[in-house]
Design a protein around this ligand. Structure first.
Ligand SMILES: *Cc1c(COP(=O)(O)O)cnc(C)c1O
Length: 487
């Protein structure tokens, strides 16, 4: 047998990439829902590679085989696309990455790419750590990054402990993220990126995305946003010039709650003061082929397809859940036992006017029912109960339809008390910075009928009038108890 040569495979791959690019180009002309449903999985892809399967197959395989040594050499040298090893690339994972890249760039001419990770926290780490490296042009100079304080509890810990405490990288904390002067005053030549979460979990902080992007670019550094709470159905930071978006896919995108997943989505050609041309050109491809290959924080193909399956309906879900949340927020707002409600959708919220400029249900103008742009604010809200933490616990414990869990974005309504759960580790001082009082309940409204959620809240709040709520549960349920007994 004569050798075909590496070039033969390069040319064959180039032809395949061409029809694939063409099919993606056509998909980009479709509306958001069509992209969410079809993503990068075309009929050609099904017929050429997947036995005609109409749904994206779950490839649990760790690796692929090669026709000969030439193909292997081309693949492992990253000269042709390859599913060489699932820590680096896998078709099922790619189907999920492809759809997220298209959705985050929807309605723009931004060319974006995506890398999926095992969790939202891994996505944040992948997104920021590439900038927290020694700069050979300025060896041993102190590094810092500027980021909002009102962030998810895990993010707070990653920044405060893993970066600052363990690696001596300064987190310059933004207290009031709407204060552009505060942001600018924190930036110097050793600042590596700007980072913000909006709307923030749970305190609903919001800032002017476009202004933060412009500020970052003025200093030649990237703007990175955690856009988990909004999802691409309500806000797409790349459209405002953002360099990198991170998603805890676990939440609204992966609403069924079957697994943990994260994603980094970046525009090609990011702004950075790090001298790394490959990273600049295609941040996610670089991550995939280099750092993540070596660090291994990738998602499982099973979780990728389960997430992908939920992502298809994200626009409809965010619409209904946002409308239900508005109804629930209005109910709570007028309730005598409620001290306050934080929901960006409420006109009284001090950040409502700003959020109103950014948060829209994608494609509402093409929707039969609406025919015009519609503001939607998502399904994360919080409320504060009168009478402090003890009363808050009483009401929380009386919920019967809303599940008590440190989770959000679920198809079921879920509530938590952040001070004793998601945000307990950062301590009182940290919670103060992140605006999390002890009587705050975070509520994420699901897709039940909102009247039933309101009825549950109403009966739960009635315990403060002396009503007794009698619910009996089995004594204990966590599996650790049985393993402890065995051990
Ligand atoms: C949950 C969450 C994360 C972390 O995501 P995991 O998938 O749980 O690792 C990050 N950011 C926000 C806003 C979140 O809500």
């Amino acid at each position: 047998m004569t050798s075909k040569g590496v070039d033969y495979y390069k040319q064959a791959a180039a032809r395949a990439l061409q029809w694939h690019a063409e099919s993606i180009r056509k998909m980009k002309q479709c509306r958001f829902d069509t992209i969410a449903v079809h993503g990068v999985y075309s009929m050609q892809e099904a017929l050429d590679f997947n036995q005609g399967s109409i749904i994206e197959p779950i490839y649990m395989s760790t690796s692929q085989t090669y026709r000969d040594s030439d193909e292997m050499e081309a693949a492992l040298g990253y000269q042709i696309p390859t599913w060489c090893y699932a820590r680096i690339a896998n078709p099922s994972i790619y189907y999920m990455e492809g759809v997220l890249a298209l959705l985050e760039a929807y309605g723009t001419d931004v060319d974006a790419s995506c890398i999926a990770t095992a969790s939202g926290m891994a996505a944040i780490q992948c997104a920021v750590d590439q900038f927290l490296v020694e700069d050979p042009r300025r060896p041993n100079s102190p590094m810092n990054f500027v980021a909002t304080c009102q962030v998810y509890g895990g993010t707070f810990q990653q920044f405060a402990i893993r970066k600052e405490q363990e690696r001596n990288i300064q987190w310059r904390r933004i207290i009031d993220s709407t204060d552009m002067g505060e942001w600018e005053s924190q930036i110097d030549e050793n600042t590596r990126f700007l980072y913000g979460e909006m709307p923030s979990n749970p305190s609903q902080a919001f800032f002017d995305v476009k202004k933060i992007v412009d500020l970052a670019h003025k200093y030649g550094i990237p703007a990175i946003f955690d856009s988990t709470v909004a999802t691409p159905a309500l806000l797409r930071p790349l459209a405002y010039g953002a360099d990198i978006v991170v998603q805890s896919v676990t939440k609204s995108l992966f609403t069924s709650g079957f697994g943990i997943a994260g994603a980094v989505i970046a525009r090609k050609g990011i702004t950075t003061n790090i001298d790394n041309p490959e990273m600049k050109a295609d941040f996610c491809a670089y991550l995939k082929q280099m750092p993540n290959r070596d660090n291994g924080p990738n998602i499982s193909p099973m979780n990728a397809i389960l997430a992908l399956n939920d992502i298809r309906t994200i626009r409809h879900r965010m619409d209904i859940a946002s409308r239900s949340t508005m109804k629930v927020a209005r109910f709570l707002k007028q309730h005598k036992h409620i001290e306050g409600v934080d929901y960006l959708g409420l006109e009284e919220h001090h950040l409502h006017p700003l959020a109103k400029q950014y948060m829209f249900l994608v494609d509402a103008e093409y929707d039969e029912q609406y025919g015009a742009p519609q503001n939607r604010y998502g399904h994360l809200m919080s409320f504060r109960v009168n009478g402090g933490p003890a009363n808050t616990r009483k009401v929380f414990d009386a919920m019967q339809r809303i599940w008590r869990a440190t989770d959000l974005g679920r198809i079921k309504s879920v509530a938590t008390i952040p001070a004793i759960s998601t945000h307990s580790q950062q301590g009182e001082e940290g919670r103060k910075l992140a605006s999390i009082p002890p009587n705050l309940v975070r509520l994420c409204v699901g897709l039940e009928h909102p009247d039933d959620i309101i009825a549950d809240l109403d009966q739960a709040l009635s315990v403060l009038d002396g009503n007794k709520v009698t619910v009996t549960f089995p004594e204990f349920s966590a599996g650790g108890a049985s393993s402890a007994r065995i051990g």
